[in-house]
Write a protein that binds this ligand. Structure first.
Ligand code: DAH
Length: 340
């Protein structure tokens, strides 16, 4: 019986050492210590022993049980430690490992140009003012000296919402709104979206962007206008760019001018972009028509002003060498991602 017990103990030790996981060890524990365990069986067989042998065997079996319990515990602790270490190793995250960059959005070229223009003009003391895109006829036309049946209204094929409500055809109505609600000095730029019933092609779009400028104060002259636009041209395209005015007509300015900039592509030498002239036409401007001033509640005997308006698409196309306006609206990421 003693031999058998020694055999059981040796088997148990070997099995415990061989257990490769806490789960395996647990199964083994149930087997060794459970009701069907070999030691329990042995204990049951004690009835057949003589009364003298019984206490000695009982003590031996009990000590064997304690040995097994201890071995299970020691092995269990070691396995637990191993398993924990392995898990930490396997689940470790290398926070220094470089990852593929997430896609980052880019600003649209129109937004870039608008931000740059706003930056240039706010640097000269202008303030940004915005107005509604759905506009009253009054602001879009009447107060800008374009009464009903004025021929110049035809030049701007308008989208009418109702008889007297229009999608603004230019950003100039923001001038009227501002003059009606503020006292000079006024120094504002008004960027925004405008609408005209044009077909989409390489140089036209029914929805496009403009930026309006307006200065009203005492003693504002055309020299101020020229100086402001020169500074703007150089701010946008760099040193050596100048402006050239030629007479034009807008109902809201008198006199009016169209302004050319030194061609930014060839710096005035003459190239394909400027069709050999060395100049690029870029905006309309003039001295605010005294009629507009007085309709907007500003005394033209005390105040004068200048105004200008430009298309942002055209500037973006010139600045970035974009040959077809449609590229600006198609949302092709291969195009858009070039602008950062
Ligand atoms: N509103 C004009 C247009 O859309 C642009 C313009 C020209 C604005 C001359 C002005 C200006 O303020 O003085 O074509």
């Amino acid at each position: 019986m003693q031999e058998k017990m020694q055999q059981i103990l040796d088997d148990a030790r070997r099995a415990i050492e061989k257990a490769a996981s806490t789960a395996e060890l647990e199964a083994l524990r149930v087997q060794l210590q459970g009701k069907k365990g070999s030691l329990t069986q042995l204990l049951r067989g004690m009835g057949q022993l003589s009364p003298e042998e019984r206490p000695r065997m009982g003590a031996l079996i009990n000590s064997a049980r304690e040995d097994i319990a201890r071995m299970l515990e020691t092995r269990g602790a070691a396995l637990k430690k191993e398993e924990r270490a392995r898990r930490l190793r396997e689940e470790a995250v290398d926070v220094t490992e470089p990852r593929a960059f997430a896609h980052q959005g880019t600003l649209h070229p129109i937004s870039l140009v608008q931000a740059e223009l706003v930056d240039i003009f706010t640097g000269m003391g202008f303030e940004v003012v915005e107005g509604p895109e759905v506009e009253l006829d009054t602001y879009n036309f009447e107060l800008l000296n374009l009464p009903k049946n004025h021929p110049a209204r035809d030049a701007q094929d308008s989208f009418y919402i109702e008889d007297n409500i229009v999608l603004r055809t230019h950003t100039s109505p923001v001038q009227a709104r501002t003059m009606l609600t503020r006292k000079p000095p006024i120094r504002i730029v008004c960027p925004g979206r405008v609408y005209r019933a044009d077909e989409l092609d390489a140089t036209h779009s029914p929805v496009f962007h403009q930026m309006e400028g307006l200065v009203v104060d005492r003693d504002v002259t055309m020299g101020d206008l020229k100086g402001t636009l020169d500074a703007f041209a150089q701010g946008l395209f760099g040193e050596g760019i100048t402006t050239r005015f030629h007479p034009s007509y807008f109902p809201f300015t008198e006199p009016s001018a169209e302004v050319d900039l030194t061609c930014m592509a060839c710096r005035g030498k003459g190239c394909r972009v400027c069709k050999g002239t060395g100049w690029i036409e870029i905006l309309g401007c003039g001295m605010v028509n005294p009629r507009v001033l007085s309709m907007c509640g500003i005394d033209p005997d005390v105040y004068t002003g200048f105004a200008f308006g430009m298309g942002l698409e055209r500037i973006a196309m010139l600045k970035y060498g974009i040959s077809d306006m449609r590229l600006l609206y198609e949302g092709d990421l291969r195009f858009l991602r070039q602008f950062r």
